[in-house]
Structure formats: C-alpha cells, structure tokens
Design a protein around this ligand. Sequence first.
Ligand code: HEC
Length: 174
Amino acid sequence: MKHCYSFYLILSLAFVSTQSASESIASYPEGWENWPIVKETVSLPSNTILPSDTTLFIQETVDAYSWINNGEGSPLTIRVNPDKLEQYKTHGPYTDGPTAVGVSEVQGIIWVTEHFGGLPIYGSYNREGQDISGMHPTLEAEFCQRCHDTYKDVCINGTCAEPVLSIYQSDSSN
Ligand code: HEC
C-alpha cells in the first residue's frame, strides 16, 4: 500500500509541474475594463525599422511581440488599478493585488501584472478571462518575468511604462 501511494504522489507531482509551464501566475483581474487609462500606445508591426540608437530593451520588446495580429501590430492600452494609481506613478513600492493591464486591442490579449508579497507576478488572458499563456511562448509568465525583471533600470518593481502625466493632472483637479 505504501508503495502505491508514493507512486501516485510522483504521478501527480509530474502532472502539476508540466501544467505550470504555461499557466498564468497573476490572476484575471475582474473589472479591469473600467480601470483608468494611463497610456495608449502600439505594439509595432514586424516590418518596423527601428532607429539605430534604439535601446536593447525596446528592440527586444518589439522583436518578442512582432507576431501580434499576424505581424501587423495593434493598439495597446495600459490601464492601472484605481487603488494603485499613486503607486504606479512612482513605479511602486506596490501593495498586494492586481496592479496593471496591457490590452492588445486587436486580438484582445490582456497582459496582467499583479503584486504578491511586494513582488511582481504575471499572466495572460483573453477578454473572457481564459488563461492564454499557452497560446504563444512569449505569453508565458516566465517570459514576462525575464524582460520585466531583467531591465531594472526601466522596469522598476515590475512596471515598465513611463505613465502619461496628464491623467494624474486631471485626477488631482477633481
Ligand atoms: C521583451 C520585454 C518585455 C516582455 C517579454 C514583456 N513585457 Fe510587459 N512591458 C514591456 C515594456 C517595454 C512595457 C512598456 C510599454 C510602453 O510604455 O509603451 C511593458 C508594459 C507592460 C504592462 C503595463 C504596465 C507597466 O507599466 O509595466 C503590463 C501589465 C505588462 N507589460 C505585462 C507583461 C506580461 C504579462 C508579459 C508576459 C506575457 C510581459 N509584459 C512581457 C516589456 C516587456
């Protein structure tokens, strides 16, 4: 009997570890559609020729996501959890919970950054809230981490965008 149990334990552990390879770590943040927009940008089409002084960080980002919308690029909207707007302005430090989303508008890919224990975690979902991190290698949580956690001069505490300040100005006048 004892032998039997350990066999099943090994089986289920193997199952868990193969599953987690393409699973989002951040959870789907319900209600993100109503979060304030801090930046409207684009993911660039695959035929973009970048200026020669473009940073390695930006080159890697453009390369990684040039497959989006069959290489034609897409508008990208960045929204921030209203409870974390002030934290986002200074790139943290962040309290726990969902922090920001990047929404690739054409295909409806939702990039999610959440914080847990002060550290960033990542996930990819569609508009229905289904985990799509298995759809493409660049949507896996580990891939996000490699870029967001490597370029520490740009991505501080896991957020990378320079927020557009006008939203904060109109915010404070309310
Ligand atoms: C090769 C680099 C790179 C990879 C890989 C990457 N990102 Fe990003 N990410 C960026 C850059 C650059 C920005 C800022 C874009 C801008 O300012 O226009 C950004 C912005 C974001 C934002 C908006 C909030 C912010 O300011 O950071 C979220 C959310 C996000 N990424 C989540 C993810 C998730 C989830 C993944 C993996 C599925 C991922 N990223 C993979 C470079 C990367």
